[in-house]
Design a protein around this ligand. Structure first.
Ligand SMILES: C[S@@+](CC[C@H](N)C(=O)[O-])C[C@H]1O[C@@H](n2cnc3c(N)ncnc32)[C@H](O)[C@@H]1O
Length: 223
């Protein structure tokens, strides 16, 4: 799947939530639910008002701007110029955005906290996942936290593809090499990557109220 092409096209949607796939059963997630997700992230990252947050794969900053009340400033990175252009329209002097690929961008600075949310599935093999984690690590201050959130869980593949129709669609997409969900990761793969990089990471289960808790998990890395 050409994800760059996919997300550039997605940026043409009229609603902000749709531009970053924040939909469930065809409907945008409720604003209140998005606020709760932002609060949950702020707790996992122990965000403080003095923190500089790096949001990788930020898209149009639909989520980033909800995190702004919990920190001092946010820098967002995404490889879709079109989504970054949407993010820049928000025009906050506490947010800054750059076009870059999560696998290898370099901002020449380190952040107190780093986030990559609802996007790890677009890194479709072990080597790429490792490159991304290495890049997040290099951009985070000593003593900081990295949250990779909303990762599709390989162990819960059938909780997502839970009907013959969905499975049939998955099979057809797979044949055409156009699967629109990306990779379902096993938590052990992330633990293995961390071990190879000599860093400490732990798997976190999501809370039941979270919209994708039935097939996703979170992963927290301490630097
Ligand atoms: C589902 S959206 C998530 C946006 C936001 N993080 C959120 O939680 O609402 C996925 C985002 O990942 C970005 N993305 C995918 N692969 C990327 C890569 N290799 N480098 C940078 N951004 C990438 C897409 O452009 C898109 O904005």
């Amino acid at each position: 799947m050409n994800w760059k092409h996919f997300w550039d096209r997605q940026a043409l949607a009229s609603k902000g939530a749709k531009q970053v796939g924040r939909i469930m059963v065809g409907k945008e997630l409720e604003p209140k639910l998005m606020l709760n997700i932002a609060q949950q992230i702020s707790e996992q990252l122990q965000l403080k008002e003095t923190d500089r947050l790096l949001d990788v794969c930020c898209g149009n900053a639909y989520l980033s701007h909800l995190l702004l009340p919990y920190c001092q400033s946010i820098v967002g990175v995404d490889f879709s110029e079109k989504l970054i252009a949407e993010a820049q329209k928000l025009g906050s002097n506490r947010m800054d955005f750059f076009v870059g690929d999560a696998r290898n961008f370099c901002l020449n600075q380190r952040f107190d906290k780093t986030l990559l949310y609802f996007s790890f599935q677009y890194f479709e093999d072990y080597k790429t996942g490792k490159e991304v984690i290495q890049t997040l690590w290099e951009h985070t201050q000593l003593g900081g936290q990295i949250l990779i959130g909303d990762i599709c869980d390989k162990r819960k593949f059938f909780s997502y593809y839970n009907s013959p129709k969905k499975l049939w669609n998955w099979f057809k997409q797979k044949l055409n090499k156009r699967n629109d969900m990306g990779k379902f990761w096993h938590p052990n793969e992330l633990l293995q990557i961390c071990e190879e990089l000599g860093i400490k990471g732990k798997v976190q289960a999501q809370q039941t109220w979270q919209p994708y808790a039935h097939y996703r998990f979170d992963f927290l890395i301490e630097k």
